[in-house]
Design a protein around this ligand. Structure first.
Ligand SMILES: Nc1ncnc2c1ncn2[C@@H]1O[C@H](COP(=O)(O)OP(=O)(O)OP(=O)(O)O)[C@@H](O)[C@H]1O
Ligand SMILES: [Mg+2]
Length: 445
């Protein structure tokens, strides 16, 4: 269990930290509210022990912020002895528990053990769900690979919760499908699922698309119109391609999400709305927010639970089942012979499953017999020889691998170079040199 101890008194931190380390916990310390938030953003934390009384940010604010960033993190607030009102208030603010000073270590341990049990159950559930039967889902889809089983397991756990889910994946990987699945498995499944493709809305019309408008609000607004927030009331609003939202609109969206109310364009009244947000993007929102192209606060708001759908080339085990599934969908009796199947699994599918779907449609339509062989495949696949032959140069190949490893290490460590270097077994200086050489942008991750 990873525990963040937040206290401005070093003695208190040492006492708690020393005790918890002996119990086998991994401990991170912060001496101020500000530092607590920084630490919290840097690495995953299961539990925060939060001193309520601190000079800079008060404990209350840290609590709110942590719960905003990740509502699943447990927080035990440490309050002054006998401060009943404080205890009541921190519970109202979303603390999971509170303890009075001086802290009784045995009681603390009992509380930690019970949180650990809960976490363990969650992991257990995840393991049971490793063998999710995709046939019994309300949305039909293939998930043969372990990677997709994990995606499903996460979606199944996220679905019943009220939290915002951010789905990330390349084009055609099934983001839309997962968004619908989450809605179908949520308690809101008898209420509307309203998708909004943020890439398709002209900038000037966003506000009206989202919040609606009153009659006569602007030229062309002949009638009152409900926006997607109102349409999705009590249901799910799917913000597709959310990375394409203009910054000005992001601010308005954030306000609506925070206040749970909207105002129609040209209207006065604040209307309460109750929507669950699922967002999807093929962009790296974290990098975008580092570059100032996406609001960081909105990113945190959307990113409560992230589902990363891997590209098809990283889960080739799915390809045979997908082919069967898609052929059945078109009621085709075509069969791919081994050679054709093999060549298909070699291909890198930049357009992922949608591309596979198009390839099948084309091949099946044009082929003269239901038995499909290598020569029936479209030329770009028939002639594909894999990435190897495109750059046979060993040095180039090694540089590519090195680059990938560096990027992975940086991403896993949230861009913290010290830790990335450590995980790669090289010094930070060497890491920086290599990043420079390989053209890896520091702000990228
Ligand atoms: N696991 C799967 N099993 C079966 N069909 C799938 C699966 N994943 C995706 N598909 C199909 O592939 C096509 C593309 O999927 P989808 O539209 O969900 O992708 P997307 O990630 O939203 O793409 P884009 O980024 O272009 O919007 C759809 O026809 C979908 O039904
Ligand atoms: Mg889509």
């Amino acid at each position: 269990m990873r525990i963040l101890i937040v206290d401005d008194e070093a003695v208190q931190r040492e006492l708690l930290g020393g005790f918890l380390k002996k119990q086998g916990c991994s401990v991170i310390e912060a001496a101020s509210g500000q530092e607590a938030i920084e630490r919290f953003l840097q690495q995953p934390v299961d539990l925060v022990l939060l001193d309520h009384k601190m000079p800079d940010l008060m404990g209350d604010e840290v609590l709110t912020r942590i719960k905003e960033i990740n509502p699943l993190t447990r927080v035990i607030m440490i309050t002054a002895f006998g401060a009943v009102e404080t205890a009541v208030r921190v519970m109202q603010l979303g603390a999971d528990d509170f303890m009075e000073k001086p802290i009784d270590l045995e009681t603390l341990l009992t509380k930690i053990r019970s949180i650990e049990d809960a976490l363990f159950i969650n992991e257990d559930v995840a393991q049971v769900e490793e063998s999710i039967d995709a046939n019994n889902l309300p949305v039909r889809m293939i998930a043969t690979s372990t990677a997709m089983q994990q995606v499903l397991s996460l979606a199944l756990r996220a679905a019943p919760s009220p939290w915002t889910v951010l789905i990330h994946g390349e084009t055609g990987t099934g983001k839309d499908l997962i968004a619908r699945l989450i809605h179908q498995l949520s308690p809101r499944n008898d209420k509307p699922f309203i998708p909004l493709n943020c890439a398709a809305v002209p900038e000037g019309l966003f506000e009206s698309e989202l919040f609606g408008h009153e009659k006569g609000a602007f030229t062309g607004a002949a009638n009152r119109r409900r926006g997607v927030f109102e349409q999705a009331n009590q249901g799910t609003l799917f913000l597709d391609e959310v990375g394409e939202l203009p910054l000005a609109v992001q601010a308005k969206l954030l306000r609506a999400l925070q206040e749970k109310t909207i105002t129609r364009v040209g209207g006065e009244q604040q209307l309460p709305v109750d929507v669950r947000i699922v967002a999807a993007t093929n962009r790296d929102l974290k990098a975008m927010s580092a570059e100032g192209n996406f609001r960081e606060d909105l990113y945190f708001r959307l990113n409560v639970i992230t589902i990363d759908i891997p590209p098809l080339r990283q889960r080739k085990e799915d390809i045979p089942a997908l082919i069967e599934f898609l052929l059945a969908k078109y009621q085709s009796d075509a069969r791919f012979d081994d050679q054709a199947l093999h060549q298909l699994t070699k291909y890198h599918f930049p357009g992922n499953i949608r591309e596979l779907e198009h390839i099948l449609q084309r091949t099946v339509t044009l082929s003269r017999s239901p038995q499909i062989g290598l020569r029936d495949l479209p030329p770009e696949i028939r002639d594909y020889h894999g990435p190897e032959s495109e750059n046979g140069d060993l040095n180039q190949k090694l540089a590519e691998i090195e680059r990938q490893m560096l990027m992975d290490a940086l991403e896993k460590n949230d861009g913290v170079q010290t830790r990335a270097a450590q995980s790669l077994g090289i010094s930070e200086r060497v890491l920086r040199y290599k990043m420079e050489k390989l053209g890896i942008n520091r702000n990228l991750t």
